[in-house]
Write a protein that binds this ligand. Sequence first.
Ligand code: PEP
Length: 249
Amino acid sequence: MKRRLVIGNWKLNGRLAANLSLLDAIRNGLSRIATGTQLAVCVPHVYIPQARAVLNGSAVAWGGQDVSAFGEGAYTGEVGAGMLVDLGCGYVLIGHSERRTLFGERDADVAVKVKRALSAGLVPVVCVGESLAERESGSMADVVLRQLNAVIEHCGVGAVGRFVVAYEPVWAIGTGLTASPAQAQEVHALIRARLAEVGGPVASRVPILYGGSVKPESAARLFAEQDVDGGLIGGASLNASDFLAICAA
Ligand code: PEP
């Protein structure tokens, strides 16, 4: 059976009072979601204790949006994988396109962070995706596979099955443009095939999420595709009823 997973990415949004309403509404709306669908919210680091306080004991997991490439020591401002584990995080987003484009994260940095997260016992959500220029120049597959291969090469084939992949075309993130179900399926199948090539049968159980302007209206058609196992949801995860409707889809 398909493993279904929907993760909310709050990005740099939220304040204590608003978070409480949002988290409460998500927790209270879970009866609408089919059993077997896993939910998580990746919140700003400082709000992880709040997410834990509200979600503990519910079916919703929580996580961070980034992790340090370092273990511990003189790295001012960094948050380590072990610290996320201490706060009960299950997941951590790594290599989101905003980290890659705005903060200069390279494939090699992403790979090191994934290894750190795995060693600490977190489930990394490895974000990959091409820009519009890369898609239009015909290099979508090269870009996505290059990003994925960097992780596999650094973490080893044994890591396949221990991370989630999120395919997020950069041109669809926060733009209102969603990949068509067929476009998403094409890339998800490519990712699955690469995972199977190196990892074997375990590849069929790796959740491959689609992200990029998913809305309640577009979710069901995207999630109906064979290799789309759920979503990574940005803007719509800040609205409980939209997020729950996407999860229900
Ligand atoms: C994201 O930030 O991962 C994302 C997919 O954002 P949005 O849903 O707003 O496009």
